[in-house]
Design a protein. Sequence first.
Length: 191
Amino acid sequence: MTIRKIAHLGHPVLRQVARPVTREELATPEMQRFIDDLVETMRDANGAGLAAPQIYESVRICALEVKKNPRYPYKPDIPLTIAVNPVIESLTDERFDNYEGCLSVPNFRGVAPRSTQIRVRYWDRHGLEVDTVVKGLTAGTWQHECDHLDGKVFLDRVVDTSTLTTWAEFERYHMADFVERAKALVARYGS
Ligand code: ZN
């Protein structure tokens, strides 16, 4: 396994619509190695998720995992998930204000409104179909990662640009309020 370089905002790969992966391609040792690298790179950088375009591969694959994450201490755990060709559908008009950060947008955070309940359909790394409902804070993480596959970053979703902040100022001025809101969401949805 290899820890890959992470593309930063401004690199065109982050703005491309990534292409779907075929089952044949997914089964190749090359693609399985690529998925291992995606996971390794996400873990090394303490990401809650990482999408393939963020490591310069414009394919529709993302990884998610939260295990007592030091970058996002308030996030509930998410078991390691590999999503191939994911499709998201919002199940409600309700949105919550998610204070997001991104490994491709170093040292910035901002509030992106996200759906509180989504249906996600994808293949796992072996091509098995998964169809599931995700709620709360974890739904926000899914929407953030899937946006990367369509060439979008969280900054595109920020409605109120006055919420943009460096990480240090987030911790100083915004974190306490957001953690309260995040805890209420987790209490309500269990995720
Ligand atoms: Zn991101």
